[in-house]
Design a binder for this molecule. Structure first.
Ligand code: SAH
Length: 352
């Protein structure tokens, strides 16, 4: 595709200034011809900061019980057809054991907002992992909690927290969530987590229903304010048992442009090539890496529950054992021209 000089100029400007006006960002977000040159520019920056390293995070999907009713999510409480499960502490420890042996030095415990996992139960799990594996990063992704709860979990040994803001625009937030959830509280959580001392990951869905280009620009502006260590984005994918069953999925190329724009605006950020991206295209994750992503998150959950952590349709990697999943990703990363490193994979802030 021929690229207009204005587009090339905007990309160069973004690479140098790490910022553009709202209007200029909108042009890049909407321009199909920008996908490839944005990817080239983003890859250059990623190689300058992180070389060809791709960091591994082992994902343990510990519960699909959820008290929330987000319109897009397959494990929302309103989906009474969902078969619910929660892992026992022993099962979680077994996932960690297997993961550690496979070279994982980051465990991500993710789940719905499950009231069974009280602070007491969660702190016990976190401190047991911490005692057994002093050299790993323990990442939690368990939704919105009080500042006190986040503090207790941090004191128990957790050091990272993933909580996507989902959309930074208040009106858009209310179009994809029920009234009982508020964008103010979600943002409050993110700033609390940061103040407590967690390495924080945020992010948003691309192509979620009713999303506009202006909403995506607002997401970038919010991230500039928060300045997170990790930014996870992926396409919205419909799930048939949700109010958004008939909505269209997010576009591959738009996700890739957003990954590249994030890399140029946040050179140090840890950007995952997400499972959702791998779900909408067989080479989606490889494309994500080439567009600037530098993290992959293979699944460490027991195979028996993988299909049940059903956030959206046709989710990949639900049939393999953890070792196979890791092997498959290693091959994909190598084929894309990068290499997996098994260290803890902290953010490289000094390279700012
Ligand atoms: N309860 C936790 C974990 C949520 S699941 C929390 O609130 O953070 C992790 C992410 O999956 C969500 O943040 C959301 O961005 C994404 N997700 C949920 N449903 C999705 C869908 N239908 N398509 C794509 N991504 C989805």
């Amino acid at each position: 595709m021929t690229v207009k000089p204005e587009i090339t100029e905007l990309i160069e400007k973004l690479a140098v200034n790490r910022n553009l006006s709202d209007e200029e960002l909108s042009v890049l977000i909407e321009s199909e011809e920008a996908t490839e040159p944005l990817g080239t520019a983003a890859d250059k920056v990623r190689r300058r900061v992180y070389g060809d390293a791709v960091y591994l995070r082992g994902l343990i999907e510990m519960t699909n019980y959820c008290r929330n009713n987000c319109y897009y999510c397959g494990i929302r409480r309103g989906n009474t057809d969902a078969v619910r499960y929660r892992l026992t502490e022993e099962e979680i420890m077994e996932c960690c054991r297997e993961g550690y042996a496979l070279g994982f030095r980051t465990f991500v415990l993710q789940g719905g907002e499950d009231l069974y996992f009280t602070d007491e139960r969660m702190c016990k799990i976190v401190s047991d992992i911490r005692k057994t594996y002093p050299d790993v990063a323990i990442t939690l992704s368990l939704g919105e909690k009080s500042r006190e709860s986040y503090q207790k979990l941090f004191d128990a040994g957790a050091n990272r927290y993933l909580l996507r803001h989902e959309t930074a625009d208040n009106d858009h937030y209310h179009k994809i969530h029920p009234a009982e959830l508020s964008p103010e509280n979600r943002k409050r959580c993110l700033f609390d987590l940061k103040e407590i001392g967690y390495q924080v990951g945020s992010g948003f869905m691309v192509g979620s229903p009713f999303q506009t280009t202006a909403n995506l620009v607002a997401d970038l502006r919010f991230l500039q304010q928060l300045d997170p260590d990790m930014i996870g984005i992926g396409p919205f994918i419909p799930h048939e048992k949700t109010p958004f069953a008939d909505k269209k999925q997010g576009e591959l190329e738009l996700v890739l442009r957003m990954v590249s724009i994030l890399r140029l605006m946040f050179p140090h950020a840890l950007l995952p090539a997400t499972t959702a991206l791998g779900t909408i295209h067989p080479q989606g994750r490889e494309m994500g890496l080439k567009a600037g992503a530098n993290v992959v998150m293979p699944n460490l959950s027991p195979v028996s529950v993988r299909k049940l952590y059903d956030l959206y349709e046709n989710k990949i990697c639900t049939g393999e054992e953890s070792a196979q999943c890791r092997g498959c990703l290693e091959m994909r990363v190598t084929n894309a021209g990068y290499h997996i490193v098994t260290d803890i994979g902290n953010v490289k802030r000094s390279e700012k």
